[in-house]
Design a protein around this ligand. Structure first.
Ligand code: RIB
Length: 303
């Protein structure tokens, strides 16, 4: 059960505020904390906490943050031999504001994450990797190389096309399972409004399919998760919990899903497990530090 993640590694500087500022407004923060973050790192931690042998490929700067984030990843059990330390580049950073109602705003500066190359990917052996998991905070050219190589080796290719970027759509034909949130679905499917009902989500998702064997999973926030295939669609309802910080909840879902699929679970079981994991993650502060263990998720889902 192996998961190979290609993705970003950021230092998240998280300020809590009563209410998010409006453009031009200054507001007082109530606390500031630094966390391991980045969609790739978060998803790798989620997969490792779910029990999968997990490798992360990416890049940090040759600065103190890079070294400390790499050490944190290793502490979570993520294999980091494929994380480059690039002298002369800063480690990626995310400036995150979280309001009392758990809404957030994030600005990311990519730094070293933007310097992962297709050549680095091409020179990496992928034998034995069951699930390949990517997001769009590292260059699309590197993801394309990974997915093309992985297909030849029989790996399942999972793309979380977040944040929504124009170059993301070109990767869809190379993807076996595409994971989007409602906003990203509306952007890629060119809709005026975010779809809410399963029927509307299914119609929009099928517009993005280029092969009959693809699956599109759409996270719907507190409403749950929709999974859409060409001939079927199902909804797994959201768990009712009190969210204090939703940053990284989507990453928790993606990493947990990848781990569940790598362990041989079928799609519905894997979505249910990942949905439970994400519900637990929103009850803790920080992105990577909020990823629950498999035992915590199983206990939660049994209760
Ligand atoms: O998905 C949440 C992540 O997005 C944060 O950890 C931040 O680093 C940005 O990459």
């Amino acid at each position: 059960m192996t998961v190979f993640v290609l993705g970003s590694i950021n230092l998240d500087a998280v300020a809590r505020v009563d209410d998010l500022p409006r453009p031009g407004e200054t507001v007082a923060g109530t606390s500031l904390a630094l966390f391991l973050g980045g969609k790739g790192a978060n998803q790798a931690v989620a997969a490792a906490r779910m029990g999968a042998a997990t490798r992360l490929m990416g890049a940090v700067g040759g600065d103190d943050s890079g070294k400390s984030l790499k050490a944190s990843l290793a502490g979570y059990g993520v294999q980091v031999a494929d994380v480059m330390e690039l002298s002369g580049a800063p480690t990626g950073q995310a400036h995150v504001w979280v309001a009392n109602n758990a809404e957030n705003m994030i600005v990311v500066t990519a730094g070293a994450n933007a310097m992962v190359t297709p050549q680095q990917v091409a020179s990496t052996p992928l034998e034995g990797q069951r699930v390949l998991l990517c997001q769009l905070e590292t260059p699309a050219t590197a993801i394309e190389t990974l997915f093309r190589t992985g297909a030849a080796k029989g790996a399942l290719r999972v793309l979380n096309a977040a944040p929504a970027l124009p170059q993301g759509a070109a990767l869809f034909p190379l993807t076996d399972i595409l994971i989007l949130n409602q906003t990203e679905l509306a952007t890629y499917a060119k809709l005026d409004r975010e779809p809410v009902r399963l029927e509307d989500v299914s119609v929009a998702a099928r517009k993005l399919m280029s092969r009959p064997d693809q699956t599109i999973i759409v996270t719907l926030g507190s409403a749950g998760v929709a999974a859409v295939r060409r001939d079927e669609a199902f909804l797994v309802e959201g768990k009712k919990v009190k969210a204090i910080d939703t940053v990284g909840a989507g990453d928790c879902f993606c990493g947990s899903l990848a781990a569940a699929l790598a362990s041989g679970m079928d799609l519905r079981e894997a979505v249910e497990l990942a949905n439970g994991a994400a519900a637990l993650s929103v009850q803790k502060a920080g992105a990577a530090p909020s990823m629950p263990s498999r035992r915590e998720v199983e206990t939660f889902l049994e209760g």
